[in-house]
Each structure stands twice: as structure tokens, then as C-alpha cells.
Design a protein around this ligand. Structure first.
Ligand code: OSB
Ligand code: MG
Length: 368
């Protein structure tokens, strides 16, 4: 298929509730959407870079720059049928994986639609419903946190992930554990600690968490390996894993026992599948992380999460957990802790293009 045209747009979407982690907070999400056009069909992608570089080096503006100046000019006019080689001309670009991923994932959607199959099927999905959890941001008070978790569990989420930071960790998590003795709980530190905090992490073992996500800096593979040797709770890496090569290193060193795969973070579905295969070969589970996506990015995540190695609940929550109104129909819902993987061609949801156009604050179009 020849890419005849690409459109990149930014729309603001306001989260129903501000989301806070150890790295900072988000309320007004700046959503970057990408559309590739070919032979009367469209492929959609969402770039998951945040507005600021608190989670990764990339931002909405660096992604806009790299997409419009370097990636899209190479891709528009290109003829390809295979997502595996589609991005070959941009392999010279270092980093900027979220920007690259948004194009790769839009191309997967496009080719799945051209073949008339769902993205899940094209990726090798094996589940038509996937287990889902919820990521709960830092709250000002313990009561607010306990209240939020209570509501989410009532909605059916199969596990709650709780953001932690120094000063809001063990004591807070102990209260949560006391209130919800049998519930699957985990914590995400977003790199807020170092190996000097080892005693705190040893105490964490008593809380029987499903896992602790990204306790240390993203480049601290050795620190994570030392920690994993000292604690029983399994470590999950998020920020540390930008590629399959990072996953190889983490497995070799013993830095983690599971990985949260975010296709945006690792440069797209090809790399996500490599990590999934690597982990599967070692008998280790993976799960799909989230970046507070709109329904478009969520649809991509859900398709990935349908692969057989994604056995732990993902951070793939219902549309209403994030937005007053999503930009896709039907909105994503949770049914008994599961989310249905769309079976229609491509990402499999209707995109509200009219609303997207109305919300657009900047747009660029590249034509072959
Ligand atoms: O660390 O997993 C994270 C959101 C934005 C950036 C990083 C993270 C998160 C989440 C939210 O935890 C997951 C979601 O519900 O999308
Ligand atoms: Mg995380």
C-alpha cells in the first residue's frame, strides 16, 4: 500500500480527575493523533508522549517535531504492505520511540483494515476478552485513596495499582492492604527510590503485593537486580524497557520477573511482540501498561493485550475512568473485570472524526 497522505493533529482531552504519580500530575491531556491514508482506507495511531519529560525524554512537542520533520516525510509516498519493514527508512533515528510507534501502529491498523481482519487477529491475538486492572494516582489523603479503590473494585477491576513516592508508601499501602485483604494490589514508584531504600522494600514483602513496578531509575538495571535478589515481591519494569534488547539485559541480570509492555514506549508492535516472545520463552508473564490514552490508543493496547503471554491484568481501564466522553464508539467498558477485544477490522472501533476535528488545536498534513 502506498501512503498517499498523513495527517497529524493535537487535541486537548481533560481527564475527569487529575492523575498524579511521583513524577508529577496530569489533568489536561494533550493527545497527538495520526492518520495514514491509502487506497481509500485510513489507519489511526496515537502518540503517547506526555506534555512534559517526566516519564520519558519525549514530549508532545518533541514528538510533533520528529514526526513532522523526519518520520512522516519519509513515510508519505512509501509503498509497503508489511509493518515489519514499513519503518526501515527511519531506523537511523535514535530514540523518539513514542513518535516512531505512533506511525508504526497506525500502519498496523491500516493493513489490518485492508485485509479485513481485526488488529488483534493480525497481531496474533488469542483472547477475545482480557483481564483489566486500574492504576490509581497519588491522593492527598488515605481516605481519598481508599474511597477511590473501593469505587474501582465495585466497578469490577481485577487489581488495583497504587502510585507511591517517598513519604506515601509502606504506611499507606498497609492501610490499603488492611482494608482490602484479599484483593490483588501492586505499587508503581515511577523511579522514585534507590537501593538505599532497601529496608523499606523488604518491609513491602509482608503486604503480599502482586508486584512492585519501577522502583529505581530507568537505567539502574543493576540496582533492580540487587533489589530483586533481596525481596520476594516480583519487580516489574516499565520505564527501563525501551526495547527487546533492554528486556534481554533485564532477564540476564535478574532485574525483574515481569514487564509492563507499552507499545509506545518500545517503538511499536514489532518490538512489543519481540519482548512478549522473549518473556514467554522464559515462562514469564507480561501485561499491557497504559499512558492515559484516548479510545484510539486504548484500542491498540487492547489488541496487543490479546496476545497469549499477556496473562496479568493490564492498565486498560474503561473510557469513563478517564474521560467524560471518549473519541471512539462504542466506549470501552468493563464487564466482570474483563474488556472485550474489538473484532471489527483494524482497531475495530468507530472514530468520532467530527469531534476530533472540532477539538483540533493544531494540524499538519503531508501529501505524497
Ligand atoms: O507509570 O504506568 C505508568 C500513566 C502515564 C504515565 C505513566 C504511567 C501511567 C499509568 C496510568 O500508570 C495507566 C493508565 O491507566 O493509562
Ligand atoms: Mg509505570
Amino acid at each position: 500500500m502506498k501512503i498517499e497522505r498523513a495527517v497529524i493533529r493535537e487535541i486537548p482531552l481533560r481527564l475527569r480527575e487529575a492523575f498524579e504519580s511521583s513524577g508529577g500530575g496530569v489533568q489536561d491531556k494533550r493527545v497527538l493523533l495520526l492518520t495514514l491514508f491509502s487506497e481509500g482506507l485510513e489507519g489511526w495511531g496515537e502518540c503517547v508522549a506526555l506534555a512534559d519529560p517526566s516519564y520519558s525524554d519525549e514530549t508532545v512537542d518533541t514528538a510533533w517535531h520528529v514526526l513532522t520533520e523526519f518520520i512522516l516525510p519519509t513515510v508519505v509516498g512509501r509503498e509497503s504492505a508489511d509493518p515489519a519493514d514499513f519503518l526501515e527508512p527511519v531506523h537511523w533515528i535514535r530514540g523518539h520511540r513514542m513518535a516512531v510507534a505512533s506511525v508504526e501502529m497506525a500502519f498496523w491498523d491500516l493493513t489490518a483494515r485492508a485485509e479485513g481482519v481485526s488488529l488483534s487477529k493480525k497481531l496474533g491475538g488469542a483472547q477475545d476478552m482480557v483481564p483489566v486492572g486500574v492504576s490509581v494516582g497519588l491522593k492527598d489523603t488515605d481516605e481519598a485513596l481508599l474511597g477511590a479503590i473501593t469505587d474501582y473494585l465495585e466497578e469490577g477491576y481485577l487489581r488495583a495499582k497504587i502510585k507511591i513516592k517517598p513519604g506515601r508508601d509502606i504506611e499507606m499501602l498497609s492501610l490499603v492492604r488492611e482494608r482490602f485483604p484479599g484483593v490483588a494490589l501492586m505499587a508503581d514508584a515511577n523511579s522514585a527510590y534507590t537501593l538505599a531504600d532497601l529496608p523499606r522494600f523488604k518491609d513491602l514483602d509482608g503486604l503480599h503485593l502482586e508486584m512492585i513496578e519501577q522502583p529505581f531509575a530507568r537505567d539502574d538495571f543493576l540496582g533492580h537486580a540487587n533489589l530483586q535478589r533481596e525481596i520476594g515481591t516480583r519487580i516489574c519494569l516499565d520505564e527501563s524497557i525501551s526495547s527487546a534488547q533492554d528486556a534481554v539485559l533485564a532477564l540476564e541480570l535478574g532485574s525483574c520477573r515481569t514487564i509492563n509492555i507499552k507499545p509506545g514506549r518500545v517503538g511499536g508492535f514489532e518490538e512489543s511482540r519481540r519482548i512478549h516472545e522473549l518473556m514467554r520463552a522464559k515462562g514469564l508473564p507480561v501485561w499491557c501498561g497504559g499512558m492515559l490514552e484516548s479510545g484510539i490508543g486504548r484500542a491498540h493496547n487492547l489488541a496487543l493485550a490479546s496476545l497469549p503471554g499477556f496473562t496479568l491484568p493490564g492498565d486498560i481501564s474503561a473510557s469513563r475512568r478517564y474521560w467524560e466522553k471518549d473519541i471512539v464508539a462504542p466506549e470501552f467498558e468493563i464487564i466482570d473485570g474483563l474488556m472485550v477485544v474489538p473484532s471489527a477490522p483494524g482497531i475495530g472501533v468507530e472514530i468520532d472524526v467530527g469531534r476530533i476535528e472540532a477539538l483540533t488545536v493544531r494540524q499538519a498534513t503531508l501529501v505524497a
